[in-house]
Design a protein. Structure first.
Length: 103
């Protein structure tokens, strides 16, 4: 146990010495934000730009695939109350054991 504590303290001392010799300052630097004076100034709107390249202006579509909402079957989920009632009925119907063990 003593060797582990000694090794840990030696490791921490080596790290502190390395920071001190590298000139790492312990003083904190305040966080500053750049300030843009014209951030909220009124300006005319820019000209509209076409984002689609002129060579890619043709529209393409694929055939043979259908959207999922056309194909998917409607999923019928049993409400939790109905499944609980069914389990309770099944529990009442199940045959009880004839022997009772008591120690």
């Amino acid at each position: 146990m003593k060797t582990i504590v000694f090794a840990f303290s030696l490791l921490c001392a080596t790290g502190a010495l390395g920071q001190a010799s590298a000139g790492v300052s312990s003083r904190t630097q305040p966080l500053t934000f750049d300030y843009n004076v014209q951030h909220a100034a009124r300006q005319p709107m820019a000209e509209a730009q076409n984002l689609i390249d002129s060579s890619a202006a043709t529209y393409t579509f694929g055939q043979g695939e259908r959207p999922l909402w056309e194909v998917a079957e409607e999923k019928h989920e049993v409400p939790l109350g109905d499944s609980a009632r069914a389990l309770r009925k099944e529990h009442d119907v199940v045959k009880r054991s004839a022997k009772v063990w008591s120690n």
